[in-house]
Design a protein around this ligand. Structure first.
Ligand code: NAP
Length: 292
């Protein structure tokens, strides 16, 4: 099987170039630029790198961005106050509170406090609920990024058997809902597996799957014997090995040869997550200015 790479870098660049073109038009017509605010609490190396890539992407898209750094000693109440201030600031279109937060802060309380109109991560219950019901919403960025990648490469999804492994609120759960919904990129038949899925059942499912999406955070979780020839493999995992190397959840070296398409790590889904955030921010901006 001749495997082809689903190049997240190339796809993300193309999406951001399209966005930048639209932004240039809006600015030339006299409007301000779209504006993203990111709150980063404490010092967490992976978060630093994700935030850097979001700020860099904003520059490329022609957005303004502001990074607010807060100490990890901040109380939940103080953080909620900062969120409320940004919610009420008409010059910010989209707000991200970078996760994870320090343990003494209840993550869900903070997500719930973000205005649904500025929730470009798509984690707020209002957006998640609207997305689940098939209504217009900010779709959770990693899941939306995966859909955009499949669309960019014209990979058929409708009617396909898709297995999602991992049921986190930010990846597994939303992508399983989105791909099974009657969406522009959807209408698949989806199985959602998790830690309680018996091994034999998991193997039965993955070996029959046309598309496998894995988001468990375990290096080498998907092995060659788990998939059929021609599978489309989406690797969401980002795992840092002891030697500093970043790898996904797929044993790429041995699995890639069986795939028709596969995402590399890095350079796959991670890039698409940031691109999807740009799409959501543009949508928030367009909503603010009643643009189509
Ligand atoms: P998470 O919250 O830790 O969730 C992991 C999920 O995997 C859980 O639902 C867990 O099941 C399931 N799981 C764990 N071991 C399993 C097993 N042996 N068999 C079946 N299911 C198993 O992780 P996450 O936030 O979704 O992230 C997953 C990975 O994706 C991580 O490596 C993360 O760094 C990466 N990630 C990448 C991006 C990106 O932009 N590329 C974005 C987000 C996350 P239970 O629910 O039963 O515990």
């Amino acid at each position: 099987m001749k495997m082809k790479l689903l190049d997240g870098k190339k796809c993300a660049e193309s999406l951001v170039t399209d966005i930048a073109r639209k932004v240039t038009g809006y600015v030339e017509s006299g409007l301000r630029k779209p504006h993203m605010t990111i709150i980063l609490v404490g010092k967490h190396a992976p978060s630093e790198s994700y935030v850097k890539s979001k700020v860099g992407s904003c520059e490329k898209a022609g957005f303004e961005s502001v990074l607010i750094r807060l100490p990890d000693t901040i109380s939940e109440a103080e953080l909620l106050e900062r969120v409320a201030t940004i919610n009420n600031d008409p010059t910010t279109d989209g707000l991200i509170v970078q996760l994870p937060l320090p343990r003494h802060i209840n993550q869900q309380n903070v997500i719930n406090a973000i205005s649904p109109e500025k929730d470009i991560d798509g984690f707020h219950p209002t957006n998640f609920g609207r997305m689940t019901l098939g209504q217009k919403a900010f779709r959770p960025a990693t899941a939306y990024g995966i859909c955009k990648l499949l669309q960019y490469y014209n990979i058929p999804v409708k009617g396909k058997h898709c297995v999602v492994i991992g049921r986190s609120n930010i990846v597994g759960k939303p992508i399983s809902i989105m791909l099974s919904n009657d969406f522009d990129i959807g209408n698949a038949t989806v199985t959602l597996a998790h830690i309680e899925t018996p091994r034999e059942l998991l193997l039965d499912e993955t070996r029959r799957a046309d598309i496998v999406i894995v988001a468990v955070g375990i290096p080498g979780f998907i092995t060659e014997d788990m998939v059929k020839e021609g599978v489309v493999m989406i690797d969401v995992g980002i795992n840092r090995l002891e030697n500093g190397k970043i790898v996904g959840d797929v044993d790429f070296e041995h699995v890639a040869g069986k795939c028709s398409w596969i995402t590399p790590v890095p350079g796959g889904v991670g890039r698409m997550t940031v691109a999807a955030l740009m799409i959501n921010t543009l949508m928030a901006y367009q909503n603010n200015f009643n643009l189509a």
